[in-house]
Design a protein around this ligand. Structure first.
Ligand SMILES: Cc1cc2nc3c(=O)[nH]c(=O)nc-3n(C[C@H](O)[C@H](O)[C@H](O)COP(=O)(O)OP(=O)(O)OC[C@H]3O[C@@H](n4cnc5c(N)ncnc54)[C@H](O)[C@@H]3O)c2cc1C
Length: 259
């Protein structure tokens, strides 16, 4: 048997309230009613020196500048963008959305019982079905939670979710002992089934981490009226949460510098 050391996690920190808390804090600085949820953009066109952003429900928003923060492949596959440079749409289609075809499982327990035995809750497995597991318990440890990345391909996990859940339960007992059988709830979330995240191109191709893309992704288009700011456009950590923050800042700075 050979030992496989896991990558270090020194300096890891918890974001209180999760990543959503960043979005909520920014939203509080906007006029009430500015953010419209559940509004799918289906087309963007230029009209009378403005952009018209068409929503699925038929509404049209008029704006001087739009920043599109959707996955790049989704933008090409699902949004009709008038006069988009074919070089740009080619780069967008070639840019994978990181983890788009993956699934996660969250398993809830009454308590984070593994901590009582000095265990971190962290697992790396080549057998699975969870190939990586982390302690996901809330800050006050009022309940126990583990989360893991599902190693089964999208087709297999969608064909037989019951067997997947049974195998996850078996794996947890293998790793954490009999206490792990006292599961309160298993929550599976499959991003491959999210039509606004996982594109046809992501399903068709093997998972890949995006490289830093060309500056074309970070430039203005349609006479500097249309910009892109999803994580995969970032020149730092593309595809990751850090990349999403940098992409937003880059787009904002570039737009403001043109005023
Ligand atoms: C399973 C999984 C695990 C991950 N693990 C990690 C990790 O451990 N660390 C890490 O740093 N990153 C991780 N990531 C990546 C991280 O989630 C992304 O980098 C981050 O969410 C990107 O943020 P974003 O705002 O750029 O895009 P997203 O969070 O993808 O947001 C894009 C939004 O655009 C919306 N949208 C799409 N099309 C339209 C449309 N036509 N109209 C309106 N809205 C639309 C979508 O609904 C979505 O809300 C993971 C991703 C997945 C799927």
């Amino acid at each position: 048997m050979t030992r496989q050391p896991l990558p270090g996690q020194d300096g890891i920190a918890r974001l209180s309230g999760g990543p959503t808390s960043i979005v909520e804090a920014i939203e509080q600085r906007l006029e009430p009613g500015t953010v419209r949820l559940d509004s799918e953009v289906v087309a963007i066109e230029t009209k009378e020196n403005d952009l018209r952003v068409h929503l699925r429900d038929g509404a049209v928003a008029r704006c001087a500048t739009a920043i599109l923060a959707t996955p790049l492949r989704i933008a090409v596959e699902r949004i009709r963008i008038e006069a988009l440079d074919p070089r740009l749409s080619g780069v967008m289609l070639q840019t994978p959305t990181w983890m788009a075809q993956h699934a996660k499982a969250v398993i809830l327990f009454k308590t984070p019982f593994w901590r009582d035995r000095g265990l971190s809750g962290r697992v790396a497995s080549r057998i699975g079905p969870l190939v990586e597991i982390h302690d996901h318990s809330p800050e006050n440890a009022e309940l126990g939670a583990l989360f893991g990345f599902v190693g089964w391909p999208a087709k297999d996990r969608q064909q037989d979710p019951e067997t997947l859940e049974a195998e996850i339960r078996r794996q947890l007992v293998r790793c954490f002992g009999a206490d792990a059988a006292r599961v309160e709830r298993v929550i599976l979330h499959d991003w491959a089934l999210e039509p606004l995240i996982c594109s046809q191109a992501d399903i068709a191709k093997p998972p890949e981490h995006p490289d830093v893309g060309p500056d074309l992704l970070r430039q203005g288009h349609l006479d500097d009226r249309l910009w892109f700011a999803v994580s995969e456009t970032s020149d730092v950590s593309p595809g990751l949460i850090e990349g999403a923050l940098v992409a937003g800042q880059t787009a904002a700075q570039r737009i403001l510098s043109k005023r």
